[in-house]
Design a protein around this ligand. Structure first.
Ligand code: KIV
Ligand code: ZN
Length: 419
């Protein structure tokens, strides 16, 4: 197992903080291609999913959930291709020296798990992620099974997954509304059956930060065998609390976070990768963890996901919204001109936003356009491709006052699809 590692051993002495001498590695599990794709109206082609996975690998994501292989032939192909083509790549991970782990989702049945394994197993590092609901409301109305049956099914599924794959994650769906002691029971059983990561989804975004943090703490302290596994957060944003809940989970012992780019996902979405990463980076004293994300690639990954998924990023979205680093009021502009930190807590270039002050429009020249292409990851166009892109840009600029990064990505992908 050349790339196997125990995340429990991922500790380092912090060189950046004095108050937290030992920091654990925070595992970034990205589910843009699975939970993110469950956003209403989003469907990505297999090629688009592979392209997003390549960007996630460059970004330094630790684990990507590439899809739900049993869901459709297209999902199976996407996961299998990502496992085969992106799974072996070291890109973006030189510091760590291992590629991104590829995971697939499966319900707690042998058929699902087998299909999932067929899709992910071509990657050097892979994971089976299986789940079962645990709240009484789901057991009674959706699954129509007892708690005892729920435990039996979960343990059986995990044992089967473990017979195929060393790395098995189990999620207790709707944990946020589940009975804590029942969660301890079922989680203790799946640890015995071989689960290596336990994920605690707040599936309907119901909890508050205090409540979610307390839940993680209770489970970590009261589940038999708890110290053998990685605890993971998975928060939905129905109350706008997904990032806050995730951070509270970290404070209380979680060392994996499940996130999506731009926070896309079912209903109001999932916790956004960029918010969690920049929050722990901005506040190293509050969070006893470090990440290995290449943060200057955040913005270009965000624009790619937005343009391929067709889900615009709201302008005032934290970290990646077009307004996130713009200063409108005179007082703020004056402050920033005197010293950037008067009104900026993050340097835009740290998340890959350059040239925030240059607005592209019909008067912009080649250099400004080229420089924006470089920022967006298209610095390698040949002369002919560049010329065509520039001409399309000028045509568009005649009918639109301000050309956004999304417009540029749209015209580049148009050009690529025309060959
Ligand atoms: O929100 C949820 O419960 C999920 C699980 C399937 C992990 O996405
Ligand atoms: Zn979810």
């Amino acid at each position: 197992l050349p790339y196997s590692f125990s995340p429990l051993c991922h500790k380092r002495n912090s060189s950046t903080t004095t108050s937290s001498p030992v920091q654990d590695k925070l595992i970034i599990f990205d589910t843009t291609l699975r939970d993110g794709e469950q956003s209403p109206g989003v469907t990505l082609t297999v090629d688009e999913k592979v392209e997003i996975a390549r960007h996630l690998s460059n970004l330094g994501v630790d684990i990507v959930e590439a899809g739900f292989p049993i869901a459709s032939q297209g999902d199976f192909e996407a996961v299998a291709r990502i496992a085969k083509e992106i799974g072996p790549l070291m890109t973006g991970r030189e510091k760590i020296g291992k590629p991104m782990r590829i995971a697939g989702l499966s319900r707690a049945t042998e058929k699902d798990i087998k299909r999932c394994y067929e899709a992910v197993s071509q990657a050097p590092l892979h994971r089976i992620h299986t789940f079962l609901a645990t709240s009484d409301i789901h057991l009674k109305y959706k699954l129509q099974i007892s708690r005892e049956e729920c435990i039996k099914r979960a343990a059986k599924a995990v044992a089967y997954a473990k017979s195929l794959c060393e790395d098995v994650e189990f999620s207790t769906e709707d944990s946020g509304r589940s009975d804590r002691d029942f969660l301890c029971l079922i989680l203790g059983e799946v640890i015995k059956a071989g689960a290596t990561t336990l994920n605690i989804p707040d599936t309907v975004g119901y909890t508050t930060p205090e409540e979610y943090g307390a839940l993680i703490k209770y489970l970590v302290e009261n589940t038999p065998g708890s110290d053998k596994v990685i605890w993971s957060t998975h928060c939905h944003n129905d109350l706008g609390l997904a990032t806050a809940n995730t951070l509270s989970g970290i404070t209380n012992g979680a060392r994996q976070v499940e996130v999506t780019i731009n926070g896309i996902g079912e209903r109001a979405g999932n916790t956004s990768l960029e918010e969690v990463v920049m929050a722990i980076q901005t506040h190293p004293k509050f969070y006893p963890v470090y990440h290995t994300i290449n943060t200057p690639l955040i913005y270009r990954t965000s624009t790619l996901v937005s343009s391929l998924s067709g889900m615009p990023v709201q302008p005032n979205k934290a970290i990646v919204g077009t307004n996130a680093f713009l200063h409108e009021s005179g007082i703020h502009q004056d402050g920033v001109l005197k010293h950037k930190q008067t009104y900026e807590i993050i340097r835009p270039e740290d998340v890959g936003i350059f040239n925030v002050n240059i607005v592209l429009g019909k008067l912009s020249g080649r250099n400004a356009f080229r420089s924006r292409l470089v920022d967006l990851g298209y610095g390698n166009l040949n002369d002919n491709e560049f010329q065509q892109a520039f001409e399309s840009f000028k045509t568009l600029a005649d009918s639109k006052k301000r050309i956004t990064d999304h417009d540029i990505l749209a015209l580049i992908s148009d050009q690529v699809s025309k060959g």
